[in-house]
Design a protein around this ligand. Structure first.
Ligand SMILES: Nc1ncnc2c1ncn2[C@@H]1O[C@H](COP(=O)(O)OP(=O)(O)O)[C@@H](O)[C@H]1O
Ligand SMILES: [Mg+2]
Length: 346
């Protein structure tokens, strides 16, 4: 069991600062996801934990030992990348066991570990195949298996699903969720730009933006109480509607509120006699069967997006009044900080 402690960590490439002082405590056995837009520094931070990038400032400790100057092989970590470079001429079993062979682990033990990892990843029937005889998802599972056999204390994943098509991505994501259940003592750190992966896999999500942490919390904490506009818009799909108070709101907003946010799934058609939150003209309707997504022009820069359950017979051009329960409405000050979060913190 190994915890990972990150203290005031910075990274600069030349005079370009890409991480601006990261502080983070990851408990042993925790599954933590780093999520954020492309270029925000997720891979850099992960690679610094792995020892593949030098640390410009601050410290990283694994299992209580500062590893700033410890080579990757001595950190007790294993890493799975987006590009699962498997040896094309080696079977699945040989690929998975190759690192152990290099480490001169005896054949019997090697075989046992490979078999164990293969069973964990539903690869038991594929051990004699070559990589080209596997689907992309299976190949990525072999790459994960190659990491498992080394019994890492900390498992690092850098966008392991991003080269897979949509269906394989979902199936492999489920496989990683199973793996987490089977290895409850292994600390896992997983990088993705995909908020759905973050929401479904994480015990805790770390939202990064421009080399800084915006918020750390459980998936539902981030969904229900985003600390600021960035997190509010990044977590959830379609993204939260955010409107200037003057443009959309009627009354009852906190004094400091500059913007109001409401998630598409929390909007409903206003009941007869109810004061609507928004009124506007439907500009586009997307029928997905399980939900209907409406784009409503309320005179703001962006159309309002409403996600209503089931099939709704609404046509473009119709006028619509929408409401939301008070508890589902978020307020943000002029700098984008969520007001209730401020109140709760003080
Ligand atoms: N070797 C490098 N040299 C210079 N800049 C780099 C290098 N690696 C990454 N960067 C820059 O650091 C920033 C963060 O990159 P990265 O950690 O790969 O982002 P992410 O994984 O979140 O997409 C980006 O602006 C990127 O261009
Ligand atoms: Mg990256």
């Amino acid at each position: 069991m190994s915890e990972v402690t990150i203290r005031a960590v910075t990274k600069a490439y030349g005079n370009v600062q890409v991480l601006h002082g990261i502080d983070l405590d990851i408990s042993a056995g925790e599954f933590v996801v780093f999520v954020g837009p492309s270029g925000c520094g997720k891979s850099t931070l992960l690679r610094m934990i792995a020892g593949l990038e030098a640390i410009s400032g601050g410290t990283i400790a694994i299992g209580g030992t500062v590893v700033n100057n410890v080579v990757p092989a001595k950190r007790g970590i294993a890493m799975v990348f987006q590009n699962y470079a498997l040896y094309p001429h080696m079977t699945v079993a040989e690929n998975m066991g190759f690192g152990l062979k290099l480490a001169r682990i005896p054949a019997a033990e090697r075989e046992r570990k490979v078999r164990e990892a293969a069973d964990m990843l539903q690869l038991g029937d594929y051990l004699d195949r070559l990589p080209r005889q596997l689907s992309g998802g299976q190949r990525q599972r072999v790459a994960i298996g190659r990491a498992i056999v080394r019994d890492p204390k900390v498992f690092l994943f850098d966008e392991p699903l991003s080269n897979l098509d949509a269906a394989l991505r979902v199936a492999t994501r489920v496989e990683i969720a199973r793996l987490k259940q089977k290895l409850p003592d292994t600390t896992m750190i997983y990088v993705t730009h995909d908020q759905v992966e973050a929401m479904t896999l994480a015990d805790r999500i770390v939202v990064l933006n421009g080399g800084r942490i915006e918020q750390v919390g459980s998936p539902l904490e981030l969904y229900e109480a985003p600390a600021n506009l960035f997190v509010a818009r990044f977590i959830g799909s379609p993204a939260m509607n955010v409107v200037d108070i003057a443009a959309g709101a009627r009354k009852g907003n906190p004094a400091a509120a500059a913007k109001l946010g409401v998630r598409p799934e929390h909007l409903r058609i206003a009941a007869a006699g109810e004061t609507p939150l928004f009124s506007g003209t439907v500009s586009l309707v997307e029928q997905l069967g399980e939900v209907t997504i409406l784009y409503v022009d309320i005179g703001a820069a962006e159309p309002l997006v409403a996600k209503l359950e089931g099939v709704r017979r609404v046509s473009p051009g119709e006028t619509l009044s929408l409401a939301a329960d008070a508890g589902k409405i978020h307020h943000f000050d002029a700098s984008g900080i969520r007001l209730r979060a401020l109140a709760a913190a003080s």
